[in-house]
Design a protein around this ligand. Structure first.
Ligand SMILES: [Fe+2]
Length: 309
C-alpha cells in the first residue's frame, strides 16, 4: 500500500489516485475499511504466478536476504495468491503484524492508524495483464509480495508502527507531505547496505522487475546515506525510476534514527523549498555519485509528453 504519499506536486498525477471515501470513519474504528478477502479467479492466480516468477528470477542477490527467507517462511509462494489468514498466522508470531484486505487506497489517517496498530492494509484486487509492468494503485501483488515479507522483521515492524503513530501526529500538524517522503524513500524505495552488498528492501522496487535492477546496478541514480531531515525535504518521482535512493545500514539504524522528536525538524524546514530529485546537497554522504544519464533521458521524455499535450 502506498499511502501517505504527499502532495499532488510529489505525485505529479495526484488526481489519478482513487481514495476510498472516509465518510463515516472515525479514529479508533480499525475495522472500518477492512473487507473479506476476495475469492480470486484462476486468471488472477495465474497473473500472480507470472509476476512472482519474473521477480524470483531477478531478486536473489539484489533483495535483502530477509526478503527471500520470508517468502518461504510466511508461505507466500508462487502457486497462488496467498490466503491472508494463513500468512497472518505466521506473521503475527514473528512480528505481531497482520495484513488486512482493503478495497483500494484509504485516506491518510485511517491508514496511519492501521499501521500504528500493526495492521497493514493490502489492496484486495489483482492487476490485469495489460498492467503487468505498471499499476498506479497498489494491488495484492505489490502489497503481499512487496511489503509483507519485510514486515516479518520485528525491528522493521516497530519502525512501521512508529511511522503510523508519527503519521497521526503529522495529520494534526499539517506535515504529512514531509513525512510521506520518509515512507517513500524507505518503505517503498529503500536500499540497505548488507555485508554481501547493496540490497533492496523497498516494496516499490521489490515488486518492479526493471527498477529491481536499476536501483542497485544502474550508474545513473545517486545513492546517498540515510539522512532523516534531508529526506523529509526531498521530492520524489512517482512515474519513473528514482533519481536518488537513500541507503540504510540496518533496520535498527532506521528505527533508532527516526525515534527522535520530529517537531523541531518540521519547524526547521517549514516554508523552505523542497530539494528536487537528483540534486546533491552539502552534507550528503554520497555512496555513489550518479551519472544522471537516465535522469536526463527521462526528463527529455517528460518534456516531449508535455509538448504533445
Ligand atoms: Fe506500497
Amino acid at each position: 500500500m502506498d499511502k501517505g504519499l504527499g502532495s499532488a506536486e510529489d505525485k505529479g498525477i495526484g488526481s489519478a489516485y482513487h481514495y476510498t471515501p472516509a465518510d463515516g470513519w472515525s479514529l479508533g474504528n480499525l475495522d472500518f475499511f477492512t473487507v473479506p478477502q476476495k475469492v480470486f479467479t484462476p486468471e488472477e492466480h495465474d497473473i500472480w504466478r507470472v509476476l512472482y516468477k519474473r521477480q524470483l528470477d531477478i531478486l536473489p542477490k539484489r533483495a535483502i536476504s530477509l526478503f527471500m527467507d520470508s517468502l518461504s517462511t510466511l508461505g507466500i509462494s508462487q502457486d497462488k495468491i496467498p490466503d491472508f489468514a494463513d500468512v497472518n498466522e505466521i506473521l503475527m508470531k514473528r512480528s505481531g503484524w497482520q495484513v488486512v484486505p482493503v478495497p483500494g487506497l484509504i485516506p491518510d489517517e485511517p491508514f496511519f492508524e492501521l499501521l500504528a496498530n500493526r495492521r497493514f492494509p493490502a489492496g484486495n484486487f489483482m492487476r490485469t495483464r495489460e498492467q503487468m509492468d505498471y499499476i498506479q494503485e497498489p494491488d495484492v501483488f505489490h502489497d503481499l509480495f512487496g511489503h509483507v515479507p519485510i514486515l516479518a522483521d520485528p525491528v522493521f515492524g516497530d519502525y512501521m508502527e512508529a511511522y503510523g503513530k508519527g503519521g497521526l501526529k503529522a495529520a494534526k500538524l499539517g506535515t504529512i507531505d514531509n513525512l510521506a517522503r520518509l515512507y517513500w524513500y524507505t518503505v517503498e524505495f529503500g536500499l540497505i547496505q548488507e555485508p554481501q552488498g547493496l540490497r533492496i528492501y523497498g516494496a516499490g522496487i521489490l515488486s518492479s522487475p526493471v527498477e529491481s535492477v536499476f536501483s542497485v546496478e544502474s550508474p545513473s541514480p545517486h545513492r546517498i546515506k540515510f539522512n532523516l531531515k534531508r529526506m523529509l525535504q526531498t521530492h520524489y518521482r512517482i512515474d519513473d525510476f528514482q533519481d536518488n535512493y537513500f541507503v540504510i545500514d540496518s533496520f535498527k539504524q532506521l528505527f533508532d534514527d527516526t525515534l527522535v522528536d520530529f517537531d523541531p525538524l518540521y519547524a526547521e524546514i517549514k516554508g523552505k523549498p523542497p530539494y528536487e530529485p537528483g540534486h546533491l546537497i552539502d552534507g550528503d554522504v554520497v555512496l555513489h555519485k550518479g551519472t544522471g544519464t537516465y535522469a536526463v533521458e527521462a526528463a527529455r521524455r517528460r518534456e516531449e509528453r508535455k509538448n504533445k499535450k
